[in-house]
Ligand binder design. Sequence first.
Ligand code: PGA
Length: 235
Amino acid sequence: MIIAANLKTNLTREKTTKYIKEVENFLSKNSISQEVFVFPAISSLNLHAGKIVVGAQNAYPAINGAFTGEIGYEQLEEFGIKTILIGHSERRHIIGETQEELVEKFNFYKNLGFKIIYCVGEPLNVREAGFEKMMEYISKQYEGIDCNYENLVIAYEPVWAIGTGLTPTVDDIVAIHKELKKKSSAPLLYGGSVKVTNAKEVLALDGVDGVLVGSAALYAEHFCTMCEYAQALGK
Ligand code: PGA
């Protein structure tokens, strides 16, 4: 299974280094063989060797150049980063990235062979419009994306569940994942208010190949417990 921590705009470089060390020690001590990803803030990236795969939360689709405030492949390469999150709802809805921009980013990093965790998910008003409308909305987020890309992982994250403590019912997660699996056979993660108290249940669901965790992953101890749950399930 895949257990991923999205640290967002949290933790300094020093705290991130401590965090990664703590998780790394836990994984070794407990012989965790699951795929574990950590996405630190860009300024907290560092060289890392171990079980954890460190990825970038974002990067511009360029090797380098005149893109003030952005980082490109050259800056990721310095830290051996070969994994990137694309399409996170905070980038779509707060930063305003369009599907076209995300497709450009996707193709750029795909051509460089990156592992891409591509996020999809609907806002509350779309969810309230019913299952069909919701699937239509999510389908648009697949437009232009190569669903057969070998290094693709998809994360289904309902926007209204991110950082709110709300989650869909387990039946909803199963039903949506079943639909999404028809679009791509890539591993499919669930994200949105996953925490120690619900991770075991979510990880065990049919069609769930892992979780993408934000707030609850900020506590290394909690994140480690979730890795342990995934290991115990041995899916
Ligand atoms: P959350 O965030 O766990 O805080 O809801 C998940 C995410 O944004 O990936």
